[in-house]
Design a protein around this ligand. Structure first.
Ligand SMILES: [Zn+2]
Length: 258
């Protein structure tokens, strides 16, 4: 599943089309593109920027007096393919580049940008549809992080996964951050001190660029191979526990996460 790091890779890849003018739009899948007429308004417009907030990527098009922005949410299995290549290869997703999975396409005089999505949880729609996202996890400052997260009354992990509090963190990244911060994911966030939340922020700001360099959210210390009860904690080798927090499978170490 694309998390913030993978979406940042897609954003960089999609940035290759900045400056190109859209010749045609393919938007035939009504689930992935629920408002095709609005998205087809891209035809004839020049792409001016591609931005990201959390796990959502936005394609901006001119002209300046009448701009149009389209959001792309990648769902479970969405991938961007620009001019025939993708920053994340299909094998990593257990998918292939079968053309029947292309749900959305922008074609230019030279080249194309495709959205491939076997499972159809991706969404492409006009930008206002995504109001209500919190600040981006790569960019949020410490004070704002402590204020926003600390204001809730729910398990710490559930709050960190809530995209209206903070945009971008997914299941594996939250487990990785809490493992490194030494905090129990089940703890009610109103019992977590501002100092501890400040430490979570500091860990998050280190982990995101580190895993981006290493290639994605699977590259953490709590790797996919360790995501089972009884696996040795990568910090202290104590057997880890498995539970469900915020509806998501959670792996944590009962010895060093409090
Ligand atoms: Zn441990």
């Amino acid at each position: 599943m694309p998390e913030i790091l993978e979406v940042e890779m897609f954003r960089r890849s999609a940035s290759l089309v900045i400056g190109r003018t859209v010749k045609s739009v393919t938007a035939t899948d009504r689930i992935v593109v629920p408002e095709p007429a609005a998205v087809r308004m891209l035809v004839g417009r020049r792409i001016t920027d591609v931005t990201r907030r959390g796990k959502m990527m936005t394609i901006h098009a001119g002209p300046a007096r009448d701009p149009l922005a389209i959001d792309v949410h990648f769902g479970m299995s969405g991938r961007i393919i620009v001019d025939g290549s993708s920053p994340i290869d299909e094998l990593a997703y257990g998918a292939s580049d079968d053309t029947k999975w292309i749900r959305f396409a922008l074609r230019f005089a030279s080249g194309e940008m495709l959205l491939s999505d076997p499972r159809r949880f991706a969404r492409v729609q006009p930008s206002s549809a995504w109001a209500g996202l919190g600040p981006d996890a790569f960019e949020v400052g410490k004070r704002e992080f402590i204020d926003r997260v600390g204001a809730r009354r729910a398990p710490l992990k559930a709050v960190l996964l809530d995209q209206s509090v903070l945009a971008g963190l997914g299941n594996m990244l939250v487990d990785e951050i809490l493992l490194r911060a030494g905090l129990d994911p089940r703890r009610l966030v109103n019992t977590v001190s501002p100092t501890e939340l400040g430490n979570v922020h500091a860990v998050m700001r280190r982990v995101l660029p580190e895993l981006a360099r290493k290639g994605g959210s699977h590259a953490g210390r709590l790797s996919a191979e360790l995501r089972f009860a009884g696996a040795a904690c990568p910090v202290d080798a104590h057997p880890m526990d498995r539970c469900v927090v915020g509806g998501r499978t959670t792996i944590f170490c009962p010895r060093h996460q409090h």
